[in-house]
Design a protein around this ligand. Structure first.
Ligand SMILES: C[S@@+](CC[C@H](N)C(=O)[O-])C[C@H]1O[C@@H](n2cnc3c(N)ncnc32)[C@H](O)[C@@H]1O
Ligand SMILES: [Zn+2]
Length: 365
């Protein structure tokens, strides 16, 4: 017998036990179907791979993710619960199956209330449980200014669709050559080729193009962004495990990552140093941090293009590999092409490993 006391999005019950309610409910005025009214999606339909029945995320991800404030364990993570809870810092919401692991979850919910609702609706994940959870957190941070997510994707980036052909004219030959070079020398490819195997987190994932390239059987991929829309979009297309996060307070356990990727996001942060400090804590000693930026002076008029590498080194990183002037093209329409020249760094935390040659040289001194 069905448990008719379970409402749409109510706690408990499997996804299927709630779907009947979606089928029963209709518009109170005309009786018609209600678009966007859905039961919580099963883990498969959210694009996550689950290794245990009833779990929303694989065991490895549950073991890696932690409280963004104290680094402690999160009870309820990976289950269908509407919140996860740090014993010391309190609850964090889970929206559309995505944990919102930012240091101030109430402020995030109040600031992005409308933006989060729209993102959930677009993903078909609006449930009364999600709305109630969002509302309850937002109510705890009165007075926050509303903001949108900073999703500035071109339509091709958002959908993976082919970019429209550029309008032909006197610049066509030069632009064709530029497009050809950019296809083979983009910052995304540079980062992808240097990404390690194992547990990798991409922060500031945006529309998710790089995450789709990073997805591989040899990688356990986490994707994070302050934008819930970005996380929902990316995890759907890449089958990565998604989390809303702040790159300046990474919600992962110390030494839990083999790789951390931050493509074109570091110059947008209020405190890039906090990101490097969090990255140094999160990465395994043999791990790799991959960063790229179209503004390696970090938006500081007093800094030059070496500022990014200098900051990384101050935070204990060693530059393993670097490139500059990599073309990042964003085609907005058949007449509007953005061209950014990007700097990319591959960094290792701590001191460089002692190679045989350098070890010998040191002993001889
Ligand atoms: C310019 S987009 C880059 C997207 C993608 N990495 C790329 O290169 O196409 C910057 C992304 O960083 C995200 N972002 C900005 N501040 C962030 C923060 N503090 N923590 C995590 N993500 C952030 C934005 O929401 C946005 O999706
Ligand atoms: Zn905590």
């Amino acid at each position: 017998m069905r448990d008719s006391s379970v409402g749409v999005g109510g706690t408990g019950g499997s996804c299927d036990s709630r779907r009947w309610a979606v089928e029963v409910m209709g518009c109170p005025r005309c009786g018609g179907a209600l678009a966007g009214l859905r039961a919580s999606k099963s883990c498969d339909s959210l694009g996550r791979t689950c290794d245990e029945p009833g779990m929303r995320m694989p065991r490895w991800a549950v073991e890696v993710l932690s409280c963004p404030r104290c680094g402690g364990a999160l009870a309820g993570l990976g289950t269908t619960a509407a919140v996860v809870r740090c014993r010391t810092c309190g609850p964090f919401p889970v929206l559309g199956g995505v944990p919102v692991l930012v240091p101030e979850p109430a402020r995030w919910c109040a600031t992005f209330y409308d933006a989060a609702l729209s993102a959930l609706a677009e993903a078909g994940s609006v449930t009364s449980e999600a709305v109630e959870t969002l509302r309850a957190f937002a109510d705890a941070a009165p007075g926050a200014d509303a903001a949108r997510f900073s999703d500035d994707w071109t339509s091709a980036e958002a959908t993976g669709a082919r970019t429209p052909a550029l309008t032909r004219g006197p610049a066509s030959d030069a632009l064709d050559e530029l497009l050809e070079v950019a296809a083979h020398q983009s910052p995304a490819l540079w980062l992808q080729h240097r990404a390690p195997e194992g547990v990798v987190l991409e922060v500031g994932c945006g529309a998710g193009l790089t995450a789709s390239r990073l997805a591989s059987r040899r990688r356990s991929l986490l994707v994070g962004d302050t934008s819930l829309r970005a996380v929902l979009n990316t995890s759907k297309h890449s089958r990565a495990v998604g989390v809303v996060l702040d790159a300046q307070a990474l919600p992962v356990r110390a030494r839990s990552l083999d790789g951390l990727v931050a493509e074109n996001v570091i110059d947008l942060l209020d405190d890039p140093e906090a990101f490097f400090t969090a990255a140094a804590r999160a990465l395994d000693a043999a791990g790799t941090l991959l960063v790229s930026s179209p503004a390696p002076g970090l938006q500081d008029p007093d800094e030059d293009d070496a500022a990014l590498a200098r900051l990384a080194q101050r935070c204990g990183f060693t530059v393993k590999d670097r490139a500059d002037g990599l073309p990042w093209l964003r085609q907005n329409s058949s007449r509007f092409l953005e061209v950014w020249l990007v700097q990319a760094l591959a960094l290792s935390p701590g001191n460089p490993p002692v190679t045989r040659a350098s070890g010998r040289a040191r002993r001889q001194r």
